[in-house]
Design a protein around this ligand. Structure first.
Ligand SMILES: Nc1ncnc2c1ncn2[C@@H]1O[C@H](COP(=O)(O)OP(=O)(O)OP(=O)(O)O)[C@@H](O)[C@H]1O
Ligand SMILES: [Mg+2]
Length: 227
């Protein structure tokens, strides 16, 4: 099977106050379609940086990256943006929901924003996704009227709106209590198993990581081990 994602010799350096810091130093790994994978590593090891590079939010300093068979490391900004909205979904530690929007409007946003309008089909898909994440009774609640765990479920539904092949989640349970965190993790796993959506999830929580198919450990800018 062709990998969904192949990351080869990715490096990333930041220059801050004339000091160059190499955060990623030759990262290699691949993801097969349908995998649910945890990304682990100490604080500062480069998990968020790597997720941003894979998510085409940040350019690597060097290296190549094949996503769905396309070489994507050198795309220009508008190509990256189109690629993101077509193929990728994002869940962050903070939910980043729009406060004046309802749950349904937030979920539909990734489809509606580029076209500047919300169609009936978008409303229906958003409602269906909210049903899937167990929030059918709160479709028309404003996001500020939801609990932290409910907001993160909305964020997961939003990440799925454009039917991405790959969802990148950066500490998606980091702001939740343990039990709610496990529920959000189990929800992502359920979607992974039912739809075959590939997930790469960074976390500090070993119990969250254990629920994934396998774990990639980052250390000192490289992959230390996979288990
Ligand atoms: N925009 C930036 N400019 C300069 N340095 C940066 C920038 N972004 C990240 N870094 C540095 O890169 C390193 C890795 O940061 P990153 O956020 O990827 O780590 P992380 O593994 O996600 O950590 P955490 O577990 O705390 O979220 C840190 O030393 C950080 O200071
Ligand atoms: Mg981080």
């Amino acid at each position: 099977m062709n990998p969904l994602l192949q990351v080869s010799q990715i490096t990333k350096s930041f220059i801050e106050r004339e000091l160059e810091t190499r955060v990623l130093n030759g990262v290699n790994f691949s993801l097969q379609p349908g995998e649910l994978v945890a990304l682990l590593g100490p604080s500062g090891s480069g998990k968020s940086t790597l997720l941003s590079i894979v998510g085409l939010l940040l350019s690597p300093t060097a290296g190549s990256m094949r996503l769905l068979g396309d070489e994507v490391a050198q795309l220009n900004e508008s190509q990256r943006s189109a690629y993101r909205s077509r193929h990728l979904g994002f869940v962050f530690q903070a939910h980043h929901l729009l406060p004046d929007f309802t749950a349904r409007e937030n979920v539909a946003f990734p489809a509606a924003a580029p076209r500047n309008r919300m169609t009936g089909a978008m409303h229906r898909r958003a409602a269906q996704l909210l049903d899937q994440v167990g929030l059918s009774e709160r479709i028309d609640f404003r996001s500020t009227a939801l609990s932290g765990g409910q907001k993160q479920r909305v964020a997961v539904a939003r990440a799925l709106m454009n039917k991405p092949q790959l969802v990148l989640a950066d500490e998606p349970t980091g702001n939740l209590d343990r039990e709610t965190g496990f529920q959000v993790m189990d929800l992502m796993k359920q979607i992974n198993r039912a739809e075959g959506t590939t997930f790469l999830i960074s976390t500090h929580d070993t119990q969250i990581a254990e629920r994934c198919d396998y774990r990639i450990h980052l250390l000192d800018g490289r992959i230390d081990r996979v288990d």
